[in-house]
Design a protein around this ligand. Structure first.
Ligand code: G3H
Ligand code: 13P
Ligand code: ZN
Length: 330
């Protein structure tokens, strides 16, 4: 199956009230784990790469790993998505590599730290939509800012999305999906107590713009049992709380069709590798610890696909190629 535009996955999820996980990747093992989970559960899937991931993999390695993933899993509709593009240039680079979807995070300036004005956000998002749609590529925008900082990215402050502005933003920019700030936060150290998410914001935007899928970033649940494995084998992670799956499930019934998950995968991988190092310190073949790491990520993602309701929908996706989407946008 070709790598499909994100819009076809999200429109189906929105209509059928489930969510598609968007899983961050940097290397082969992560991509294999996610694809194995998708094939076993027959789930459509979004595999996403940040600018940091592209830099780490020297751009072209991730591109070819994605092509390998689609070749090896022909029944799975998969989208290859740029996470947190910071300007038109980074989106152009991703599109040239063959990504079928890009996020332009116009909620922050190019430095990925300083919040923009509404007008600045509209201007950069519009320029990406105009460019990407010429290639049939889907665009995710963001309005409002999340908490948390990852690798120096993020303002560190939460600015909840204003529903009136969101409705206006969707109209002015023509985005295919909108990431909303409702109190979630990037990273593994999110909250000390269970968060109270501003679901009323999701409800109101969805009521007023029911055909545009909404996106939740910062949606790792930070499972205590995975953090415990990291700590048991010499790690030092505080027992933070993440976003409970029940909150995500509730949101997926009301307009949220894409859920971003990175930190949970990082924790699963790290715990599995630490365990091998501590229990069998004589081992030095990378396959001896990368395979358990891949297995741990596979198990995590498989459960997410079941919990998010993605499982079983792969064959129902009305697959459209980028060429067909080009005609649609034109
Ligand atoms: O939102 C950020 C993602 O978790 C990607 O993180 O920029 O460290 O690759 P990264
Ligand atoms: P987490 O840090 O909660 O996994 O969020 C990832 C994310 O939003 C990537 O864009
Ligand atoms: Zn994010």
């Amino acid at each position: 199956m070709p790598i499909v535009p994100m819009k076809v996955l999200l429109d189906h999820a929105l209509e059928h009230r489930y969510a598609v996980g968007a899983y961050n990747v940097n290397n082969m093992e992560q991509i294999q784990a996610i694809m194995q989970a998708a094939t076993e559960t027959q789930s459509p899937v979004i595999v996403q790469a940040s600018r940091g991931a592209l830099k780490y993999s020297n751009l072209v390695y991730l591109k070819h790993l994605m092509l390998a993933a689609s070749e090896e899993n022909p029944d799975i509709p998969m989208c290859f998505h740029l996470d947190h593009g910071n300007n038109l240039e980074s989106c152009k680079t991703a599109i040239a590599l063959g990504f079928s979807s890009v996020m332009i995070d116009g909620s922050l300036k190019e430095d990925g730290k300083t919040p923009t004005t509404y007008e600045e956000n509209v201007a950069v998002t519009k320029s990406v939509v105009e460019y990407a749609h010429r290639f049939g590529v889907s665009v995710e925008g963001e309005l409002g800012t999340l908490g948390g900082i990852e690798d120096g990215v993020g303002s560190g402050q939460i600015q909840l999305t204003d529903p009136d502005q969101a409705v206006q933003f969707i109209k002015e920019t023509g985005v295919d999906a909108l990431a909303v700030a409702i109190g979630t936060s990037h990273g593994a150290f999110k909250f000390k107590v269970a968060p109270k998410l501003a679901m009323d914001i999701v409800d109101e935007i969805h009521r007023r713009v029911p055909t545009v899928p909404l996106v939740m970033h910062g949606s790792s649940s930070i499972p205590a049992e995975l953090v415990a494995i990291v700590n048991k084998y010499g790690g030092d992670m505080p027992n933070a709380m993440g976003v409970p799956m029940e909150s995500i499930q509730a949101a997926s019934k009301n307009g949220v069709a894409k859920v971003n998950i990175d930190s949970d995968g990082r924790i699963a991988i790290t715990g599995a590798i630490r365990k091998v190092f501590v229990e069998t310190p004589q081992k030095f073949d990378p396959r001896d610890y990368l395979k358990p790491a891949r297995d741990a990520l596979y198990a995590l993602v498989k459960q997410k696909m079941i919990d998010l309701g993605t499982a079983g929908h792969a064959s129902e996706i009305p697959v459209k190629t980028l060429e067909e989407m080009k005609a649609y946008y034109a």
